[in-house]
Design a binder for this molecule. Structure first.
Ligand code: NAD
Ligand code: UDP
Length: 383
């Protein structure tokens, strides 16, 4: 039976053992070995997690953690900022494969079909656009992609009664912080369209538990808003990581491309901030730690002590690292040169931003375990 839009083909497989015939409805995926789908046919107990944007940087690392923890993973991605190669590499790393659907989360019919054809235990919503500068140049595309995708997704989830959601938010929702470290209940604001799209989505999601109360539903929403600080690094295998096709916006890809000789020097934006050495301070977090935070959030949503309504969690290390400290660590650990020059501040930058991640530790049993050395080593290994 070929399903209308979804990649896997369902076939009936029958095998005969000692005169007993066993039948199973299995998915044959075009790209990955079929064994996982065959197992799925015989054993329906492994919960399915839908990962939107799962072929991307953070999504692909999260797929590894989910597969290793025994979940069945369904990815939807339109590949506008990624390629299917990352999912093949996820399969190589884990020895297990995800089911991949090439499509757009804003496609209502497709989302309805995904939720009607699969029993989805929880959804992690990574899909979206993420470049601050680009969002200032094309705000409507950012509002369309980020907000509409979440709206369509949540409508499909509600219709299917599948109401466990992990949402990719960002420390950018704290705007220009007044006090540090940042806790989840500090004031929220936006300084650019990208940040505003995240803030609007957070607010939209916070309306859902209220509707549950009015409807007196016995199947309420459980939503984890994960506010990431500055993700860096890559899987230790060196086979998946962040691959910006354009000139990078973020510090780490700029450092790695300078070290490898693709760029002549790094411009350090601002050396007169009120920080340890005058350069900007951020809370850099290894992407594998971040991926593990998603696994913990999913496990929390599926546990007896699930989240009631909506809860925000900071995912950061709690340590502030300056640009100069990062450049120094990168050069020392990897034994490479990173030529740099000190230039004017970048408009819109804040002096310092780092997390208080106590709530994630207390409620999700998660804390970042990887060091600055791990971050710079794995970033270089991937480059
Ligand atoms: P990414 O671009 O590598 O991954 C996003 C994925 O979503 C891509 O594979 C892209 O093809 C896909 N996508 C985009 N729009 C889609 C749509 N409408 N339908 C289907 N697929 C779509 O980005 P990432 O760094 O992995 O970020 C993932 C999420 O985390 C984003 O929502 C981003 O805003 C958020 N986030 C990222 C950072 C960061 O520094 N990387 C920091 C804070 C928050
Ligand atoms: N930064 C820099 N040179 C670059 C890119 C970034 O000096 O080429 C600085 C930036 O000013 C900030 C820090 O590095 O202090 C982190 O910037 P990034 O864009 O990676 O993250 P964000 O500012 O979004 O937290």
């Amino acid at each position: 039976i070929k399903s209308r839009r979804i990649m896997p083909y369902k076939v009936i497989l029958s095998i005969s053992i000692n005169h007993h015939v066993y039948c199973a409805l299995v998915d044959i995926n075009d790209y990955f070995p079929a064994y996982r789908h065959i197992l799925k046919g015989f054993n329906m107990h492994s919960p399915t997690i839908l990962v939107t944007g799962g072929a991307g940087y953070i999504g692909s690392h999260t797929c590894i953690e989910l597969l290793n923890a025994g979940f069945y993973v369904l990815v939807i991605d339109n590949l506008q900022n990624s390629s299917e190669e990352s999912l093949k590499r996820v399969a190589d790393i884990t020895g297990k494969s995800v089911t991949f659907i090439k499509g757009d989360v804003r496609d209502k019919e497709l989302m309805k079909e995904i939720f009607s054809e699969n029993k989805i235990a929880a959804t992690i919503h990574f899909a979206g656009l993420k470049a601050v500068g680009e969002s200032c140049a094309m705000p409507l595309e950012y509002y369309d992609n980020n907000i509409n995708s979440t709206l369509v997704l949540c409508q499909a989830m509600e219709k299917a009664g599948s109401k466990n959601l992990v949402f990719s938010s960002s420390a950018t929702v704290y705007g220009d912080p007044e006090t540090l470290p940042l806790t989840e209940n500090m004031p929220l604001s936006a300084t650019n369209p990208y940040g505003r799209s995240k803030l609007i989505i957070e607010e939209m999601l916070r309306d859902l538990p209220e509707s549950d109360k009015l409807k007196k539903t016995d199947n309420p929403w459980s939503v984890a808003l994960l506010r990431y600080f500055n993700p860096v690094g890559a899987h230790e295998s060196g086979s998946i990581g962040e691959d910006p096709s354009d000139i990078p916006n973020n510090l780490m890809p700029f450092i790695t491309q300078t070290a490898v000789g693709r760029r002549t020097e790094l411009s350090i934006f601002g050396s007169d901030y009120d920080t340890v050495d005058g350069t900007g301070v951020r809370d850099y977090i290894h992407v594998v730690d971040l991926a593990r935070g998603h696994l913990k959030a999913v496990q929390k949503l599926l546990s007896k002590e699930s989240i009631e309504g909506v809860q925000a969690y900071n995912l950061g290390t709690g340590n502030g690292i300056s640009v100069l400290e990062m450049v120094k660590a990168f050069a020392e650990v990897n034994n490479v040169k990173v030529p740099y020059k000190l230039v004017e501040r970048r408009p819109g930058d804040v002096a310092a931003c780092y997390a208080d991640a106590t709530r994630a530790k207390m409620e999700l049993d998660w804390e970042a375990g990887m060091s600055l050395d791990d971050m710079v080593r794995d970033s270089w290994n991937w480059q």
